[in-house]
Design a protein around this ligand. Structure first.
Ligand code: CP
Length: 310
């Protein structure tokens, strides 16, 4: 095996890792994808390493995917959910994490509603931290599994055209995807209602197209996002029905464009709002491949962040 390691001790965001880090994670994930498709899916790589999954916000895919990845790597795993914890009694984030770490935990996977929470922790604790989504900021492992799935679908992303459709303003997936895809040489466009696209997003070097049909005509892949009503304290769109009529992607819209594009979605899907079932479940969709790849990507990230060399 080559003697390659990540340039960073934590995975706080795609912004803070290099193109070489991404390539190393993908190379490692390819090997782990073979492992999890074997009859014996477990390897001893993280034996004697203890990982705490700290989820201060709801999750289905990310939480289960990290837990499965940790178990496939033979790590010891403890799970924390803020809804049933002493956070409800007023304990601070730092006190909570320091108490968990004093139980001899080596690594932390954390989802938190506050942007920057993993960065804050990284300055106060010694253990490595993997960001599993921090508010509207970043969701790095989602972007890695998205880009890995895109490469599987259409090859090298250099010069490829990817559109991210939907609620860009409130999406950590959008920001991490933009950073990741640009580091891999792709051209990135965002599309959605003007109220859900930050006015200064052009500063990140992305194109903006408010007409979703034109955006679909332009792209090779559309990564479709959910309207995050839980993060909207004012109304950004008149109604979900109107959003669906103007920005929802259905089979009729896809059939009306001149080429066959690939459709992705990080989940959870609001079926009938941003994506119709006849698209989500079609052969143009790679949504379940994204979920499968999530386990291999998270195994790779855990393995490399633990300081193990590929
Ligand atoms: N894609 C994603 O982060 O899904 P969960 O919120 O279910 O983890």
């Amino acid at each position: 095996m080559a003697d390659k390691a990540l340039s960073t001790k934590h995975l706080l965001g795609i912004k803070y890792i290099t193109r070489e880090d991404i390539a190393l994670i993908f190379e490692t994930a390819k090997e782990f994808k073979q492992v999890i498709n074997r009859p014996i899916k477990k390897v001893p790589s993280l034996r004697d390493i203890t990982i705490a999954n700290l989820f201060f916000e709801n999750s289905t895919r990310t939480k289960l995917s990290f837990e499965l990845a940790e178990k496939r790597l033979s790590a010891d795993v403890i799970n924390f959910s803020s809804s049933s914890s002493s956070v409800k009694k007023g304990e601070t984030l730092l006190d909570t994490v320091n108490n968990i770490l004093s139980m001899k935990v080596d690594m932390v996977v954390m989802r938190h509603p506050a942007p920057g929470a993993p960065m804050f922790l990284s300055k106060h604790i010694d253990a490595s931290i993997i960001n599993a989504g921090d508010g509207t900021h970043e969701h790095p492992t989602q972007a890695l599994l998205d880009a890995f799935s895109m490469q599987e679908a259409i090859g090298d992303l250099t010069g490829k055209r990817i559109v991210i459709v939907g609620d860009i303003t409130h999406s950590r997936v959008a920001l991490s995807n933009i950073y990741c895809l640009q580091k891999l040489g792709a051209e990135v466009m965002v599309s959605g209602p003007p109220t859900l696209i930050p006015q200064d997003i052009g500063a990140l070097g992305v194109r903006v197209e408010y007409d979703v049909k034109k955006a679909l005509e332009w792209c090779d892949i559309a990564n479709v996002l959910r309207i995050q009503l839980e993060r909207q304290n004012i109304k950004y769109i008149p109604s979900l029905r109107e959003y669906s009529a103007y920005y929802g992607i259905d089979k009729r819209l896809l059939d009306s464009i001149s080429k066959k594009i690939t459709i992705m979605h990080p989940g959870p899907i609001n079926r009938g709002v941003e994506l119709s079932s006849d698209v989500a479940d079609s052969d143009q969709s790679i949504i379940l491949q994204q979920v499968e790849n999530g386990v291999a990507i998270r195994m790779a990230v855990l393995f490399l962040v633990a300081g193990l060399k590929q």
